[in-house]
Design a protein around this ligand. Structure first.
Ligand SMILES: Nc1ncnc2c1ncn2[C@@H]1O[C@H](COP(=O)(O)OP(=O)(O)OP(=O)(O)O)[C@@H](O)[C@H]1O
Length: 334
């Protein structure tokens, strides 16, 4: 049996606005392993959220999957081609929640303001489990307790607007976790939260992974979060994965100049106070006017004329790959 939970191959998702095309995902491939966390990291606009929405079949209007495949490796039903399912059809609705759950940046995307939090979690349980109404009520309180929400019986009867931002986030995570999904997609789940709550949520995500074998896709722009939580990492830039591998491979021996630049732009624990933190020069190009070759070429310190040609991927190990034709000359001696 495969150890993969989800495989994405050559995914191309484009946006069409005012007769112009933005190739938001331009041939993205990755696997998420069962019981492991894949971190997807990159600057704003690189395509992290579009990757998540493509998998969930929740793409905004004006965008569509042009090419590629998204395969869910179900333990009971074998391979399911998500990209071929109808976005609002019964099968896709069943997968969303039952098998694949998502935590959004903004909890109000998932919570309905007119129902109590307890009602909404119980409703998810009713839809996805065989629990009796009484058992559902108890499970709601258990889940809120697990999330560290004080006075869970009382809180369950309150509405989302009675919750603080951090509590709403945790309520949404409780809802996503209520059915122990096979895959959890977490899009910047803790960006707006303080560090203590952030740590608590990361602990809960790890618990889900260890106890239920859930595969997690964690979207972040923070390399520190990747180092702490992920097993595998994919570095995205302007609609491509420019480097991917195990966390150890990518963080210890980064090969793409963009990965290096990202790592140099964050403080690393243990490196001391006088570490040299550099910002990445320039800005990401207009997504409607993309460079013809390597997308990072206009900002790259190592670029040559050859970088203006399309780049292909190179495998350094079975798991570590990079999309830069100069990586050997630049970094092999480092
Ligand atoms: N609703 C939309 N309409 C038009 N273009 C969009 C829309 N959503 C995303 N895009 C475009 O798709 C590309 C990828 O955006 P995406 O939101 O996936 O980036 P991201 O990496 O998740 O950024 P952030 O960290 O800011 O959330 C960008 O060029 C963006 O402008």
């Amino acid at each position: 049996m495969t150890d993969l939970a989800l495989s994405v191959k050559d995914l191309q998702t484009f946006f069409y606005t005012n007769n112009r095309c933005n190739k938001a995902l331009n041939g993205v491939s990755f696997d998420i392993r069962k019981g492991k966390t894949l971190g997807i990291v990159g600057e704003s606009g690189c395509g992290k959220s579009v990757t998540a929405s493509s998998i969930m079949q929740l793409l905004p209007r004006l965008s569509r999957i042009e090419q590629g495949s998204i395969t869910y490796h179900s333990e009971t039903e074998g391979e399911i081609r998500i990209d071929q399912l109808e976005r609002d059809g019964a099968e896709m609705r069943r997968l969303r929640g039952d098998d694949i759950a998502m935590i959004f940046q903004d909890p109000m995307t998932a919570l309905n303001p007119v129902y109590t939090v307890g009602f909404q979690i119980a409703e998810a349980l009713q839809y996805h489990t065989d629990l009796s109404p009484k058992a559902r009520g108890e499970k709601v309180v258990d889940l809120l307790t697990d999330m560290g929400i004080p006075m869970p019986e009382k809180r369950a009867k309150e509405f989302p607007h009675n919750y603080s931002g951090g509590m709403r986030q945790r309520a949404m995570i409780a809802m996503a976790m209520s059915c122990a999904p096979k895959i959890l997609i977490a899009d910047e789940p803790t960006t707006a939260l303080d560090v203590t709550i952030q740590a608590q949520i990361f602990r809960l995500m790890n618990q889900l992974k260890e106890e239920h074998g859930t595969a997690i896709m964690l979207i972040t722009h923070d390399m520190g979060v990747i180092a702490e939580l992920a097993d595998d990492v994919a570095v995205m830039y302007m609609g491509n994965i420019v480097e991917a591998g195990t966390v150890d491979e990518v963080l210890r021996t980064p090969r793409h100049p963009y990965t290096r630049a990202l790592l140099d732009s964050v403080p690393v624990l243990g490196r001391g106070k006088d570490q040299d933190i550099k910002s990445i020069r320039g800005a990401t190009p207009d997504p409607y006017e993309r460079p013809p070759g390597c997308q990072f070429e206009p900002r790259c310190d190592y670029a040559t004329a050859a970088c203006q040609q399309p780049q292909s991927e190179d495998y350094i190990t079975d798991t570590h790959r990079v999309m830069c034709h100069r990586y050997k000359e630049i970094f092999d001696n480092v």
